[in-house]
Design a protein around this ligand. Structure first.
Ligand SMILES: [Zn+2]
Length: 363
């Protein structure tokens, strides 16, 4: 019979030292024989980067932070919007109201889930100029982006540095995933040699996306990550795994023979996406969102307080620790991050967005 007078148990029925007990927190995972205590310790020593903290990234981060991966870097360039809440599982209405960057909001929620691991939010647009800085010291890169050029960049970086990465994509009710182990499996470019032309493929903006497919793809990615990081490389699925959830079709395409002899990246060490140099400010339409992103060729370190003061002469300014937003005429808004990146909302006109950027920042 339980002695209820013992102070050892808290009201919730948890042992008083549960907070510090690794064995207790991860007991169900450790009990799974392929993980065990050794696998758990490996997970706790592991460092990962998740690129893109949208729908896939939300699920990836939850699984891996809960599993006890010791260090997780969250890389994302966006802020939480209302249209995200249908499928981006980590975010709340409050995050959208507070105009929080996704990486910062995610880090806040993930730290509340597991305070015993390190979660680092990074609010940047990953590109060839900063890839080494943000991917340089991790054991595994997870793709949570919806962006082809970033995937080709990650593939190049992975091969050049020998860091595995796990691709994932979902649109409509279909999705696919691939685990790339450099120089062992085919790489992303062996299977998809060139990025599709703009507008050639469906996107979440044009075709929509159902939240369960995102969960399934990200969960397969997370399982692959746990296998890799816990020392179970032999258990990787080693396919291009495709799922059509609407028609309940599961299609693992075998790729053991798919390494291409003429692959520029994994055979010829030509890293075209990583080595491209850029000096000028890049303007990109954020498809279907009436927004243009401006990304300077070299990242800056702006004093947001000083900028807010300067811009308040132009219009009404809202500021939080990560960004400031200026209301412009014609219903447009200008969101500026401290690294010099900006999003002009309310237009898809690249030239117009570029000139607003130049006018406000004086370059
Ligand atoms: Zn290749």
């Amino acid at each position: 019979m339980t002695d209820h007078s013992q102070p050892f148990h808290t009201i919730a029925g948890q042992p008083a030292d549960a907070r510090s007990s690794i064995e207790d927190r991860y007991s169900r995972q450790i009990r799974y024989s392929r993980i065990g205590l050794d696998g758990q310790e490996r997970l706790q020593r592991a460092r990962i980067a998740i690129v893109g903290m949208g729908a896939l990234g939300s699920v990836l981060a939850q699984h891996l932070v809960r599993s006890g991966v010791g260090y997780t870097r969250l890389i994302d360039r966006d802020i939480v919007e209302w249209s995200n809440l249908q499928r981006q599982m980590l975010y709340t209405e409050q995050d959208a109201e507070r105009l929080l960057p996704k990486a910062a909001a995610a880090a806040e929620h993930l730290r509340a889930i597991n305070s015993s691991v390190i979660v680092e939010p990074v609010m940047v647009d990953l590109n060839s100029a900063n890839a080494c800085q943000w991917l340089g010291d991790v054991d595994l890169i997870l793709d949570g982006t919806d962006n082809f050029s970033v995937r080709y960049l990650i593939n190049d970086y992975s091969l050049k540095s020998g860091t595995p990465w796990i691709y994932g994509g979902a649109v409509g009710a279909t999705g696919m995933t691939l685990t790339v182990v450099p120089h062992e499996t085919p790489c992303y470019r062996c299977l998809f040699p060139e990025p599709p032309a703009p507008g050639a493929t469906d996107t979440c903006e044009t075709a929509g996306v159902l939240s369960p497919i995102v969960d399934i793809i990200a969960s397969i990615q997370a399982a692959e990550a746990i296998k890799l990081l816990s020392g179970n490389r032999d258990a990787l699925h080693r396919t291009l795994f495709q799922v059509d959830l609407w028609n309940h079709a599961w299609l693992p395409v075998h790729i053991s023979e798919a390494r291409k002899d003429d692959c520029p990246a994994c055979r010829n060490q030509r890293y075209e996406f990583l080595d491209e140099q850029r000096r000028e400010t890049l303007a990109t339409a954020l498809c279907g969102r009436q927004s243009v992103q401006l990304s300077p060729g070299q990242s800056a370190c702006l004093d947001l307080d000083a900028m807010a003061q300067r811009l308040s002469e132009t219009g009404q300014v809202y500021q939080n620790p990560y960004l400031l937003r200026l209301n412009l005429s014609g219903g447009m808004t200008f969101v500026l991050f401290s690294d010099g990146r900006a999003i002009v909302q309310g237009t898809e006109d690249l030239a117009k967005a570029r000139s607003i950027y130049a006018e406000l920042l004086g370059n």
